[in-house]
Write a protein that binds this ligand. Structure first.
Ligand code: AVI
Length: 331
């Protein structure tokens, strides 16, 4: 990136988070609705409270969870190629944040980016990433947006001028169903506008053993991440889940092409949440996450059916992960 990099104190031109108008999350409503279903389920976006963000970051460093390191090496290898495809002076919009390391790799290949706009629902990680990026690149306009990117939202005025590049790393696209992913891409195409570019990291289909291990790490971090959702419900919704009476399990469902994460009840039990009662039988699960895996042709077909054309696709030597550069075809 042709911008000054520094390790000095934070620069002053990181703007306050822009509270994008749009639909709001409702944790209480979603938990009540999800636990009242015949097959209990809670949306995975609620994993990411402060502790959940810490645990996810730790998962990314486990030996079993290959996506992060594989995607980072693809980004490092192809940052310049992405920059060449994107062109100079683009506004970079990152969907979901977490560690700023991937955005730094991406920005390293882009010629004079106009702005960096991280969009996230988790205000703590959003503020941290915005501050880290502003400190590292004092000449760059950093304009964080506090919004749930799974729902429609507006961009701040800094993005009004110049082309837009969306960045959606980490195979977070896999946490949508393919139908939801298609709807997200359509919204993204409208948001990025004519000539917009989207860089997406996608976890590939592979052996069940590798996938089951990646979501059941030996150190128990994924288990803690999953069960932290019950801690969060206890804390925020005045509930009394007994965490010793539930256990984590994840498995690759070959037929559906997705890793499913569940929290299983170990006994007959009744949980009170803000005055309402929910009963569990032994072995009953709360379905907490789907992580869809794609083949390259499957993903390219999905993108093409949802308003994008593929400019470039890169896959690592072990065929674990793919990085796609897409261009808006129609909005
Ligand atoms: C954020 N997301 C892409 C991760 C995944 O692999 O689906 C979340 C995760 N769940 C368990 N481990 C990691």
């Amino acid at each position: 990136m042709n911008r000054t990099m520094t390790s000095g104190p934070p620069a002053s031109h990181v703007s306050n988070p822009f509270f994008a108008s749009g639909e709001q999350n409702d944790f209480r409503r979603d938990v009540f609705e999800g636990l009242a279903r015949a097959h209990k389920a809670i949306p995975c976006k609620y994993f990411y409270d402060e502790r959940g963000i810490e645990l996810f970051d730790a998962i990314c460093h486990t030996p079993e969870y290959y996506p992060t390191r594989t995607e980072m090496s693809l980004l490092k290898k192809h940052a310049k190629d992405i920059g060449a495809l994107a062109g100079p002076g683009v506004n970079v919009i990152e969907f979901g944040t977490g560690s700023s390391a991937k955005a730094e790799l991406l920005l390293s290949g882009i010629d004079t980016p106009a702005s960096y706009i991280p969009v996230d629902i988790a205000s703590a990680s959003l503020a941290n990433e915005a501050a880290a990026m502003s400190q590292r690149y004092p000449d760059l306009t950093v304009a964080p947006v506090f919004a749930d990117f799974t729902l429609p939202f507006a961009l701040p005025s800094v993005a009004a001028q110049g082309r837009r590049l969306g960045f959606f790393p980490g195979s977070t696209i896999g946490n949508f169903t393919p139908e939801e992913a298609g709807a997200f891409f359509h919204r993204c195409a409208r948001l990025l506008g004519q000539d917009g570019v989207l860089v997406v990291g996608v976890d590939l289909k592979k052996s069940k053993r590798i996938l089951d291990d990646a979501y059941n790490d030996a150190a128990g971090l994924t288990a803690a991440f999953n069960l932290n959702l019950l801690h969060r419900i206890n804390r925020e919704l005045k509930a009394n889940f007994d965490l010793d009476s539930f256990t984590h399990c994840a498995h690759y469902n070959l037929v559906r092409g997705r890793v499913e994460m569940h929290i299983y009840s170990l006994s007959f039990q009744t949980v009170r949440i803000d005055g309402r009662l929910f009963s569990f039988i032994p072995g009953e699960s709360i379905h907490t996450e789907n992580s869809y895996k794609y083949s390259v042709p499957e993903f390219e077909a999905l993108a093409q059916a949802s308003g994008f054309i593929t400019l470039e696709t890169w896959v690592d030597a072990d065929h674990l992960f793919s990085l796609h550069v897409l261009r808006v075809a129609h909005q």
